[in-house]
Write a protein of this length. Structure first.
Length: 258
């Protein structure tokens, strides 16, 4: 008998089925367990940079040696970025984070690396003002810490907590766009994130450029805020209100998008 193999699509369908059940039974409880913190102090920023080193350097030995400084993963874009950490509040434990690179008109391609890498696409009739876009970057979770979250929640090892954290991260990015009157955001993401944005939110990022290898296969894409919010509304009103009612975490050390 031929052994069955689990495809990425099979995994996504399993997650989707689990997530639909948990949305119905535990949406409010699960969302309240996570908070997003703005890493606006040297101490909090160092936590994020160390997590980035763990995920991008320790787990990927081929990562550029020049960025292994003091066990911190950093680059030239950090100077015009907002950095966010996601905390699992019951354990007061940081489990992941993301970076939002803000546009700078004084830099080529507004300082957005995804746009610079695919300049030909944006030169040829891109219908939006690139100065009104930010970039989502260094979107990460620490696997071992998420295992502790699952154990604390009393869930099986097969249950995926990713939707909870993903929604908080996306809520924060949308809040940045709204606060700064930006049209949308770009990013280079793993293929699984394109699939899961459709699963968890009912939205599809518009892809640009060609897939490339960078710690796995990645692809450039962008989202228009106004269009995405309408897709959220059609997908699930609970998710829509959660995303659209968010604010930028602003209080040092303890703020969140509540």
């Amino acid at each position: 008998m031929q052994e069955s193999q689990t495809s990425p699509q099979d995994v996504d369908r399993r997650i989707l089925g689990q997530d639909a059940q948990y949305l119905d039974a535990h949406f409010e409880r699960r969302m309240d367990q996570f908070k997003v913190i703005l890493a606006d102090t040297p101490e909090l920023l160092k936590i994020f940079l160390r997590m980035r080193h763990q995920v991008f350097c320790e787990e990927h030995p081929e990562y550029e040696e020049s960025q292994r400084l003091n066990l911190l993963e950093q680059d030239e874009h950090d100077h015009h970025s907002l950095h966010f950490l996601v905390m699992y509040e019951p354990l007061h434990m940081i489990v992941g984070g993301t970076r939002v690179i803000l546009p700078r008109k004084d830099l080529p391609w507004n300082g957005l690396p995804s746009v610079e890498a695919e300049g030909s696409y944006f030169r040829e009739g891109f219908p939006y003002d690139l100065s009104r876009f930010c970039e989502i970057s260094r979107f990460l979770l620490v696997r071992e810490r998420m295992k502790l979250v699952r154990a604390h929640q009393g869930e099986s090892k097969d249950q995926d907590n990713y939707p909870d954290v993903f929604r908080h991260m996306v809520r924060t990015v949308f809040s940045v766009c709204k606060e700064m009157s930006l049209t949308g955001f770009v990013g280079t993401l793993e293929e699984s994130l394109f699939r899961r944005s459709k699963i968890f939110f009912g939205i599809s990022m518009t892809k640009f450029g060609e897939p490339f290898e960078y710690h796995g296969k990645r692809q450039g894409g962008y989202i228009i805020l106004e269009d995405a919010l309408e897709e959220f509304r059609k997908f699930d009103l609970r998710v829509y209100h959660f995303i659209s009612d968010g604010e930028i975490p602003a209080l040092r050390g303890g703020a969140h998008g509540e």
